[in-house]
Ligand binder design. Structure first.
Ligand code: BG6
Length: 491
């Protein structure tokens, strides 16, 4: 077990304290960090929301949530009670400058690191920050944490960035993309820059294309209001998928300093070739799930999940072909696909290498597979290099596709901490490396917005796909037109 260094004692105010994110992700993450000795017991977690609760009821809710979201083997009764003792509650409408701010102020210690976590809808980021500034709660040691999505489009994102920026400096602002907190996503930089074997091959001479898949079996999960307004491109591509693309495509940073890493990611975002309106039909596919089945169980379609039978045209699936206009990546397409209600939950990056320039072995000696580096981000985290190998024994020269496999669970035999654990500790420590800088957010919107606009202007709607399938057949055509196929060894 590595030595765990405690973070400074802090006060963390969570706005939106009764919401799903707080109960499902933030409190379990803080509990684990407390259990492992990283969060000190003097720290305070102060929930703030409009509901009429008190400390006692908030602690009860938190206890239920922890029992639900933390496996019983990890919940020690004594530790749990001590953790609940760190929780407090303030009833506050944070959008109201005349709200009960003094009640919050009383619970805060002027000397401590102060984290304001905005687990609220993004349109409240500006007003809440303005009020925090107005009532004088922002100290030098304060940070603000904003959840994605930052805005609904470029203009609203810029407004939020500006409003928040009037109260908090860039160094105090932590914009979460929780994919960056995943261990396997952090490992992408290690894979590339701590090893030499791949980096020398990491260019268009050797790499044929890259595929990034983020598939989920879940549908709306009680978030219909937010999701139907956002859709899959805003919810998953503008942030998580583009961040993954950046980590694959970026140049080596000159150091691990937060800004040097983010400079390199920004260059990739800025090098993304814009998709022009007339290219949208051939370079992107949007889908929406229809009734189907997952794991043998019937699943309703998107409209039924929405509940009002409305003819929503929100996309729940996106596939697209992106290109990075740099010397390293010229003519290497990046195929991205992501969707809800797909057959399995899996996030995976496939880097496919070019075929051998000349065939020494007779074509009939094998079921030829290209070399692929397959990086499994979740679940069953690991890496595989697909290779051709000689079948042993007589019977003619026979080759088979096999692989070099690393399964992280087997290799390390340890729990993979949830992304929020690392990210919350980084906010307290004040390390923004794994957070999006304002210019990254803007650059990602700049690339995504024309696609949204072109979709909105088109007469066609998202193509239906049965729940439990890999999306509309047009997504298969998107890649097959280029003589390539989606990697299908998922599972
Ligand atoms: C969130 C999206 O950012 O990521 C959700 O808003 C999505 O729609 C979730 O379900 C997926 O995260 P993970 O960590 O389960 O892959």
């Amino acid at each position: 077990m590595p030595k765990i260094i405690p973070v400074p004692v802090f006060d963390c105010v969570v706005f939106g304290a009764t919401g799903d994110l707080t109960l499902r992700k933030l409190l379990p993450a803080l509990y684990y960090r407390f259990r492992d000795g990283q969060v000190q017991e003097d720290s305070r977690i102060i929930g703030a929301a409009r509901s009429d609760l008190d400390d006692h009821v908030f602690r009860q809710r938190a206890e239920q949530a922890l029992q639900h979201h933390v496996p019983a083997k990890d919940l020690d009764a004594d530790l749990l009670q001590r953790f609940l003792g760190m929780l407090h509650y303030v009833r506050l409408d944070a959008t109201d400058p005349d709200g009960d701010w003094p009640a919050l102020s009383e619970r805060l210690d002027a000397e401590r690191v102060r984290v304001f976590y905005l687990a609220t809808s993004p349109d409240l980021y500006g007003p809440v920050c303005r009020n925090l500034g107005k009532v004088g709660l922002v100290t030098d040691q304060s940070r603000v944490v904003l959840e994605k999505p930052i805005g609904h489009d470029l203009a609203s994102a810029r407004k939020i960035l500006r409003d928040v920026g009037e109260v908090f400096t860039e160094a105090q602002t932590f914009r979460i993309d929780h994919y960056l907190g995943k261990e396997t996503v952090q490992n992408l930089m290690v894979l590339r820059f701590a090893n030499t074997i791949f980096e020398r091959l990491w260019n268009s001479d050797v790499i044929d294309h890259v595929q990034i898949t983020v598939a989920e079996t879940v549908g709306l999960e009680g978030r219909a209001g937010y999701y139907d307004h956002a859709g899959q491109l805003r919810d998953m591509v503008q942030n998580h998928m583009l961040q993954l693309l950046c980590l694959i495509a970026m140049e080596p940073p000159v150091s691990l300093d937060a800004d040097r890493v983010r400079d390199e990611k920004l260059k990739v975002l800025r090098a993304l070739k814009p998709i022009a309106p007339h290219e949208v039909a051939s370079l992107t596919v949007r889908g929406q799930y229809a009734p189907g089945a997952i794991d043998g169980k019937p699943v309703p379609g998107y409209h039924a999940d929405l509940g009002d039978g409305d003819a929503s045209t929100t996309e729940t699936f996106v596939a697209l072909k992106a290109e990075v206009n740099t010397w390293r990546w010229a003519n290497v397409p990046f195929y991205l696909r992501t969707g809800k209600r797909l057959p399995q939950k899996v996030s995976e990056i496939v880097v496919q290498f070019r075929p051998a320039p000349f065939a020494v072995f007779p074509p009939e000696s094998a079921d030829w597979q290209p070399n692929r580096l397959i990086i499994r981000l979740q679940p069953e985290e690991g890496m595989r290099v697909g290779m051709m190998t000689k079948d042993p024994g007589p019977g003619g020269l026979r080759l088979s596709p096999t692989g070099l496999d690393i399964r992280f669970e087997k290799t390390f035999g340890t729990r993979f901490p949830d992304a929020y654990e690392r990210l919350l500790m980084d906010t307290v420590r004040g390390n923004p490396t794994l957070f999006m800088r304002h210019d990254e957010v803007e650059a990602a919107w700049c690339w995504v917005e024309p696609i949204l606009d072109a979709w909105a202007a088109r007469p066609d709607h998202p193509r239906p796909y049965p729940a439990g399938s890999w999306g509309p057949t047009a997504a298969i055509a998107l890649i097959e037109r280029d003589g390539r196929t989606w990697h299908e060894e998922l599972g």
